[in-house]
Ligand binder design. Sequence first.
Ligand SMILES: NC(=O)C1=CN([C@@H]2O[C@H](COP(=O)(O)OP(=O)(O)OC[C@H]3O[C@@H](n4cnc5c(N)ncnc54)[C@H](OP(=O)(O)O)[C@@H]3O)[C@@H](O)[C@H]2O)[C@@H](O)CC1
Ligand SMILES: [K+]
Length: 508
Amino acid sequence: MSPAVLHTSAALREIEQRAALRFGDPFELMRRAGRAAWQAVMQHWPHAQSLLVICGPGNNGGDGYVLATLARASGRRVQVCCLPDHEPRTDECRRARQEYVDAGGELVAGDGALPAADLLVDALFGIGLTRELQGPVAALVERINALSAPVLALDVPSGVVADTGSVGSVAVMADLTLEFIAAKAGLRTGGARDFTGGLHVADLGLEPTDLRSAQADVAWLRAPDLAHWLRPRRRDSHKGSNGRLLCIGGDHGHGGAIMLAAEAALRAGSGLVDVVTREAHVAPLLTRLPEAMVHGDSDGEDNSNSNGDSGGTASSGLDSLISDASAIVIGPGLGQGAWGRERLRAICASGLPVVLDADALNLIAAGVVAAPANAVLTPHPGEAARLLQTGITEVQRDRFAAARAIASRYQAVVVFKGAGTIVSEPCGNLSLIDAGNPGMAVGGMGDVLSGVIGALLAQGLPLRDAAVCGALLHSVAADSAAADGGERGLLPSDLMCWLRCHANRGAR
Ligand SMILES: NC(=O)C1=CN([C@@H]2O[C@H](COP(=O)(O)OP(=O)(O)OC[C@H]3O[C@@H](n4cnc5c(N)ncnc54)[C@H](OP(=O)(O)O)[C@@H]3O)[C@@H](O)[C@H]2O)[C@@H](O)CC1
Ligand SMILES: [K+]
């Protein structure tokens, strides 16, 4: 199976140039873009009698003029609005505007009050945005956003950077964004998600073979892709053939985090799950999750009790658990004290596939422990900023670059959490998880993710596959949970039954 991909602006420009050569007319793609936009208007707003199309000076504006001409020809009341210094600057835009004017189309100045309309079309800027919106353009966008009419954005909501998803001081808030030629990576992560509204792609009649480019693309992962990794279990499998995951965390006061990781790991199919935590958390954990094998460390020194027979975890006990494990999760509720640091050092020396989360990441960012080989790091933006010794604003400005930089610096697979989770391999290959919802913004959600990825590592998936499949499974489960009862008030525990359900997708 070749996975779907998301494109960068550089790739799209390469594709456009090749297509224009093939068509023998550089205007043909713009004609098709305008036609696709008009079809979208008829499909989504069939009762809109009046349209206000806001056109910029580049080819995005050109698409707007073509749409305006078609809408006028179909009997709609159409006005095109443009700022005084947004006279067309490309041949194609000039031609599109001339055709609109020649057909009797009306132009209104964009620096005054905007006329009322049933539908607004944002054709200010697309992939050619080069800087933050300021002055009269920013004021125009603010006036667009203040109107109550629905907004269709052509290609990109103006003000959103198509390659990174970052949003400057202001951007158009669209109800629907019609992307031309192919789906763009940046519109599916970070700040962009609050501006695009629904995303539809108009391929403008290009064939999949036209979409090749020399530019690196981003693997685009959606719910049906789970079946690629989550194959039916072998009929004669036993608990030992489905991996043994060791979960370490839950220092004083943080017992819930490691409970969630362990439960998620069992729901994602790990055959056995060991937990090393503080003694005080053993009884509550076993009450909730009797399937786990829990090993408790008491205060002060590392004597431990266990419901199994492994004894203490400080020295020989932990060594023996490590030697029995197929993979490890360390970090949820770990803390940064001596207890957590010692266990992290032991794990990092083990050579096993390991998921590092929460305080394990903070200890590595602080240089207390060196990052191990065979690791999946799962930072949220705050942890990502610490791992790169920078600020949250900087990592969020280009989430793809931040994920790549962490993966390269720590030579690990990185799952950069947030709206539109990004996975980067150390070589820089990127994947985007196109699932998930704002209900996931709640404490404990990351602990569930680390347990899921750990379970997939324990079942034998390679690091990158476990990271991508785990992040997708986690988000798809959260989408099902949100569909079941809403986003606000969603709890990490609500995902557990859905993890099991979606972990068996491939088996159905
Ligand atoms: N090429 C093709 O075959 C096809 C292209 N198509 C369409 O073209 C779009 C890309 O067109 P594009 O490259 O002309 O860029 P576009 O987004 O219109 O903006 C560039 C203009 O905006 C200006 N500008 C930028 N930022 C600014 C700011 N912050 N504030 C103020 N001004 C700013 C910039 O000025 P400059 O930076 O040069 O000063 C320049 O004049 C693409 O998204 C799709 O919709 C489709 O028709 C399919 C076929
Ligand atoms: K636009």
